[in-house]
Design a binder for this molecule. Structure first.
Ligand code: ATP
Ligand code: MG
Length: 475
C-alpha cells in the first residue's frame, strides 16, 4: 500500500528549508508528534514543531539556522541530544532518532541512535507517533506504523507497544493519556486503562512539576471532570490529590445523608469552565470544598454539618500547593481567599439582599468579588429546576446590587476617608489604641450605611466618636 501524502500540512516554507538542510547533511528528517496529530484533527496550526533526524538533530538544527535569514540562534541541550530554534513565531525542536531502554528506578532511559521506527516505538501514543517525511523524494508522505490515523478517527488513546511497558517505563505517560483524553475528548483503550490502574503507584517517581503541568492542562480543558473522573477510576488520584478522594462517598446516619462532595466538586469545575478560562479560578472550584472531609460531623439536631470547612479548606490549600511545589504567591493567596469566602454570597442569596451586606461582601472580597460570584454560581448543582432558577436569579440580584453599591460607595479598594494621622492631630494623640478604635468605628459606620464614604461625614463621625470615648478635639 502506498502511504498517503499530506503536503498541504507542510505549506510553511520552513519545512522546505529543513528538507534542504537534511539533503545538505545527507540525512532523512521527519515532522513528528503533536504537529501531525493536530493537523489531522484540524486543531489549528501548532506553535511548536518536533523534527526527528535520522542522524544528529543538533547538526540538523545548526544547518537549518544557516539557511534561514538572520541565522536564528540555536539552543543546544547536549545531555538530551536536542536543539531548539525559533523562526517566525514557531519553536522548532530537533532530536536525533533514538532507541530507548529503561530501568525500573527512573524515567531517564539509556539512549542509543536508532531508525525512524525505533523512534516511533518510544513515542507515548499511536496518535503521537505519526510522522511526515521531509525528504525530497517523498516530501509529505505519512509514516504511520501503528495505525494512528485510525485511532484518531475513532478517538482512541492507545500505546504503540505493550501498555504495561510503556507506562511503567515512563509513568508520566499515564497522566498524558488522561490529559489527551480530556483535551481531545478521546477514549483510553481498555488495555491501556487497565495498565494505568495497575501501574498507578509508579507515578511516585514523577516530579511534582510535571504532574502539575498535566493537571493544569486537564483543568484548562473544556470539560475537566472527564480527566478527574479518569484519575479517580485509575486510582492515580490518591497519589496526587488525596484531599479530593476524601470527599468521595455518602454517609448515612439516622436516615440522613449528605451529598457526595467529590462528584459535586467535579460538576462545579465543569460549570465554572463554561464561565471562565482562568486557571486559578478553576483551581479554586476544584478545591472549594476540600475542608469538608476533615470537618464533617453528624449532629442529632442539625444533621450533617461541615462547620468552618471554608477556613480549614483555605489552610489546606497552602499545604496542597506546597506539597505539589506549586507557586506560593498571589495565585495561591487568591485560591485561598476564594475557598475561604466560597459560602459568603450563598448567605446573601437566601434572604433579602441588604445594601450593607453587599457592601461588606465587596469590602472583604475586594477586587475578586466578581470571581467570587462566578464561583458561587458554578456551585449551584441542584437537580431541582425550580431551586436552580431561584438561586441563579438571587445571585443576579446580588451582582446588580454589587454594581449599584460600588458605584455609590466605592468600598472595593477601601481607603479610610480620615487617616490615622488626622485622628492623632485632631485629638493630640500619640500612636495608641484609640486611633484604631476610631478608624474601625468609621469603617463600620460606612459599611453599615450609617454614613456615606466621604471625608466630611467621616470627619464629623470621628469627632463624635472621639468625644464618646472621652477625647478632646484640639483642632
Ligand atoms: P502538546 O504540545 O499539545 O502538549 P504534544 O503531543 O506536542 O502535545 P509534547 O509534550 O510537546 O506533546 O511532546 C511532543 C511529542 O513527543 C509527542 O507528540 C510525543 O510523540 C513525544 N512525547 C512527549 N512526551 C513523551 C513521553 N513522556 N513519552 C513518549 N513520548 C513522548
Ligand atoms: Mg508539543
Amino acid at each position: 500500500m502506498v502511504n498517503p501524502s499530506y503536503i498541504s500540512a507542510l505549506k510553511n516554507p520552513i519545512f522546505r528549508t529543513i528538507s534542504k538542510a537534511s539533503k545538505n547533511l545527507n540525512l532523512e528528517s521527519y515532522v513528528i508528534g503533536g504537529f501531525v496529530r493536530d493537523f489531522l484533527l484540524k486543531r489549528g496550526e501548532a506553535k511548536d514543531i518536533d523534527i526527528v533526524a535520522v542522524g544528529s538533530g543538533i547538526e540538523l538544527a545548526q544547518e537549518v539556522s544557516k539557511l534561514l535569514p538572520g541565522k536564528p540562534k540555536v539552543s543546544v541541550f547536549k545531555t538530551y541530544g536536542t536543539a531548539m530554534l525559533k523562526s517566525g513565531g514557531i519553536e522548532l525542536e530537533f532530536v536525533g532518532a533514538r532507541k530507548e531502554s529503561y530501568s525500573v528506578e527512573s524515567r531517564n532511559p539509556a539512549v542509543e541512535n536508532g531508525t525512524l521506527e525505533d523512534d516511533q516505538n518510544r513515542r507515548d501514543f499511536t496518535i503521537n507517533a505519526l510522522a511526515l517525511s521531509l525528504s525530497d523524494d517523498n516530501f509529505g508522505e505519512l509514516l504511520d506504523p501503528f495505525n494512528g490515523v485510525e485511532d484518531l478517527q475513532n478517538k482512541i488513546i492507545r500505546t504503540p507497544l505493550d501498555p504495561d511497558i510503556t507506562y511503567s517505563d515512563d509513568p508520566l505517560r499515564m497522566l498524558r493519556a488522561i490529559r489527551f483524553a480530556t483535551q481531545l475528548d478521546f477514549t483510553i483503550e481498555k488495555d491501556s486503562l487497565e495498565a494505568i490502574t495497575r501501574n498507578a503507584e509508579r507515578i511516585k517517581i514523577i516530579s511534582k512539576e510535571r504532574i502539575v503541568d498535566e493537571l493544569n492542562k486537564i483543568l484548562l480543558a473544556n470539560v475537566p471532570s472527564k480527566g478527574f473522573a479518569l484519575l479517580h477510576k485509575t486510582r492515580l488520584l490518591p497519589f496526587i490529590l488525596p484531599e479530593l478522594v476524601a470527599l468521595q462517598g455518602i454517609d448515612e446516619k439516622e436516615g440522613q445523608t449528605h451529598k457526595d462532595n467529590f462528584w459535586h466538586t467535579l460538576e462545579v469545575v465543569d460549570n465554572i469552565s463554561k464561565a471562565t478560562d482562568d486557571l486559578w479560578l478553576r483551581w479554586a472550584a476544584l478545591l472549594h470544598d476540600i475542608g469538608k472531609a476533615p470537618t464533617k460531623r453528624f449532629d442529632k439536631k442539625l444533621g450533617w454539618t461541615f462547620h468552618t470547612h471554608e477556613f480549614v479548606g483555605a489552610k489546606m490549600v497552602y499545604k496542597l500547593f506546597k506539597r505539589l511545589k506549586m507557586p506560593l504567591n498571589d495565585k495561591m493567596k487568591f485560591v485561598q481567599k476564594m475557598v475561604l469566602m466560597s459560602s459568603r454570597p450563598i448567605g446573601l442569596a437566601d434572604e433579602e439582599v441588604t445594601d450593607s451586606a453587599v457592601r461588606r461582601l465587596i469590602f472583604d472580597a475586594g477586587e475578586n468579588v466578581e470571581d467570587l460570584m462566578t464561583l458561587c454560581e458554578a456551585d449551584i448543582t441542584t437537580k431541582n429546576p425550580k431551586k436552580f432558577k431561584k438561586y441563579h436569579a438571587n445571585f443576579q440580584l446580588v451582582r446588580d446590587k454589587i454594581v449599584e453599591v460600588e458605584e455609590r460607595d466605592h468600598v472595593r479598594n477601601f481607603q479610610p476617608p480620615v487617616t490615622g494621622e488626622e485622628i492623632m492631630e485632631t485629638f493630640n494623640l500619640k500612636p495608641s489604641r484609640e486611633i484604631g478604635i476610631i478608624k474601625d468605628a468609621i469603617k463600620e459606620a460606612i459599611l453599615e450605611g450609617e454614613i456615606p464614604n466621604e471625608y466630611g461625614a467621616a470627619r464629623e463621625f470621628m469627632l463624635k466618636k472621639g468625644t464618646e470615648i472621652g477625647l478632646k478635639a484640639i483642632k
